[in-house]
Design a protein around this ligand. Structure first.
Ligand SMILES: C[S@@+](CC[C@H](N)C(=O)[O-])C[C@H]1O[C@@H](n2cnc3c(N)ncnc32)[C@H](O)[C@@H]1O
Length: 246
């Protein structure tokens, strides 16, 4: 699943000007490809994710990074420890207080860049996420609450509420790309919302639904490709005010 996301990582790192000298934290770092790419740009990297198994992959990829298993609502770093914090579809409408933690661990003047799903149904590749709809109505309601930050004004309001300035909404390229329908289905099944759907309908039914969706969108001689709207929010923690002289 993850290599498809690299368009998103590269875009946000570029827009934030990530480079050598930056102390960067990736929140909800998953298996750590974004951390690996930030290291390639010269940043000193840290990351946190709730999944022990994903953090093990991230550590394997970036042995010199500070990668921890933990909760984004209680970041285990001191105040002002970072110059840049990123989170790729890691902070959701259901985890808004994590933005307060990001603000705390950023140094004055530090930059934040987060991405969230945009308007999925209006995306040409929105069909790719349709199998998540196999989850029970209660889980679907929770999924809907998760994706609210993509709405116009929602991310801007959230970042402003936690004290960020120079807030900018940017379009971020995102496309799933797989060799064939079965590979797409296997990849989709590895994601969190798929896990929820699989609990309700079983793995075989989920894989079948995803394979059928992808087959409908096959194009001769080309990979399965689904472009989905992703919104990026970039902002900055204000610099410390100079003490006024009298
Ligand atoms: C959609 S995935 C994105 C992962 C990664 N950023 C990427 O681009 O592949 C969301 C991630 O959030 C992590 N997560 C969920 N709740 C969390 C929490 N409270 N604290 C830290 N990580 C959490 C999950 O383990 C998962 O890896």
């Amino acid at each position: 699943m993850e290599p498809s996301n690299s368009r998103e990582y590269v875009t946000v790192h570029h827009r934030l000007g990530v480079g050598s000298g930056d102390r960067l934290l990736d929140v909800a770092c998953g298996a750590g490809l974004a951390v690996e790419l930030a290291r390639a740009r010269g940043a000193t990297c840290s990351g946190i994710d709730a999944s022990q198994r994903l953090v093990a992959v991230a550590r394997d990829r970036s042995p010199d990074a500070d990668l921890r298993v933990g909760d984004m609502h209680a970041l285990p770093w001191q105040d002002a420890a970072f110059d840049v914090v990123t989170s790729f579809r890691g902070i959701w409408g259901t985890t808004e207080p994590a933005v307060g933690e990001v603000h705390r661990v950023l140094a004055p003047g530090g930059r934040i860049g987060i991405t969230v799903w945009g308007h999925i149904r209006a995306s040409s590749g929105g069909w790719a996420l349709a199998p998540f709809g196999l989850a029970s109505p209660v889980k679907r309601e929770h999924q809907a609450a998760m994706v609210t930050l993509g709405r116009q004004g929602a991310g801007e309001e959230l970042l402003a509420r936690y004290g960020f300035v120079d807030i900018e909404r940017v379009e971020v390229p995102f496309a799933f790309e797989f060799a064939d329908a079965a590979t797409f289905a296997r990849a989709l099944a590895s994601s969190g919302p798929a896990y929820e759907a699989i609990q309700d309908v079983g793995e075989a039914a989920f894989l079948q639904a995803a394979t059928d969706q992808a087959r409908e969108h096959l194009r001769e001689g080309l990979p399965v490709r689904a472009e989905i709207a992703v919104v990026g929010y970039l902002a900055r923690k204000p610099r410390r005010r100079r003490p006024t002289t009298t």
